[in-house]
Design a protein around this ligand. Sequence first.
Ligand SMILES: O=c1[nH]cnc2c1ncn2[C@@H]1O[C@H](CO)[C@@H](O)[C@H]1O
Length: 466
Amino acid sequence: MSFLTAKSTIESTQIFNIVKKMPKGALLHAHLEATVDAGFLLKSALEHTNVCIRAASTITKETLGSTLPDFAPRPVAGSYESPATITSPNYVPDTYVSAQKVRREWPEILGGPEGFDRWVIQSLTINPSEAYDTHNTTVKIWNKFQSCFTVIRGLLAYEPVLRKFLRQLFESCVEDGISYAEFRWNFTPKDNILTSEDGTCYIDHDRLLSIFQTELELYLQNLRDAGRSDLFHGAKIIYTFVRIISVEELEWYLEDCLALKKKYPQLIAGFDVVGPEDVMHPLIYYLEPLIKFRNKCEALGIDLPFLFHAGETLGDGNSTDQNLYDAILLGTKRIGHAFSLIKHPTLMRLCRERNICCEVCPVSNEILRLTASIPAHPIAAMLNHGVPIALASDDPGIFSNIGLSYDFFQVLVSSEISGLMTLAVLARESFQHAILDEEEKKRALAVWDARWARYIEEVVSTNGIL
Ligand SMILES: O=c1[nH]cnc2c1ncn2[C@@H]1O[C@H](CO)[C@@H](O)[C@H]1O
């Protein structure tokens, strides 16, 4: 069955419950904006009067399905407000109304306030009929996928919502047994739309990182206070930008990334280029600035590894597939997705020899239409060739695969060879590929080993020898 259709069945199985409790190791590939449950994000935003919403036309039964909610924080609730809500015939398109008011006055014919929630959640997630029926090419599903990010960005553009989001993110990692994470965070656009609590001041990249750092520290302190510090070692950020920008613009982002790395050396783990590889610039387009950047980092003695997406494609020999060569030539430490790697025996050998880890995202690849089902996914071939792999969830808020349990489960049930021990090895090795120093890795591994031993005892005592 396809993942989204099977999800509730998966959750009802004993195997899923066993996988859920497993210590998962490090989550190495997830795009920060899409890591938290859509319902939680909406609920958090609705707690604030400053969060407003607008639409390109009045929302009616006819326009509901084709109009996106456009959220943004406004300075003082009321002052920007259109007197008519977005479902009223008098609504002036593209004027802001407080989201609380819109929800409160959402008409019965559109389902009342719960109908509003459904409209927003639908714009934040991919549903089974989109994934498996209506959006039946990679281009169509990517269009829907990108539109989810547009809506998420509006909701996340308000500091108090971002803070709640981050707390929930750390909590959901711990709930799922993830003890360390590296999140890719998109630092475009240059002019950030994110605003402070009073809605008056924009937040730059520096402040964004300081918010992340404060929330992380608070979370870790709470764990220490509760005597649970073994559950989570921390999180880092991989600086990313969308591969649509020009070479000149990239120079700005590279400098920005370097300045942030100097200021937050423990927080910035590396650098990556994101966005639909099949339709935007290939890595080679940015070759010159990337080489210059790498040389500059080396000269400064700054360790800022490349962690490139590459090969997230069905293509063979197209520019996305070729990105695998360029990523490896540029010295990437890991590869995001590497879906087309199995077409290249030499590159698989290089990954093995150089210990380049492929961050494989099974659920993402299925929903974004690279594989029709998990048994058809190249992961088994990659594992059998000894390619280093870490399993990851990619955009769990959009794909409904929060945590790592769903991706772990899919790999487990898609093969007669891969068993719980395969998952254990993948989880344990994930720390080896993380951007941690040797001491941190040693500690994380020791803690993981102890947790694994306890976990196996618990599995056996509650289920018997399976
Ligand atoms: O699987 C993926 N491959 C490439 N880019 C991605 C993927 N998932 C998300 N993003 C990109 O990350 C940005 C948000 O940080 C989004 O713009 C999206 O295009």
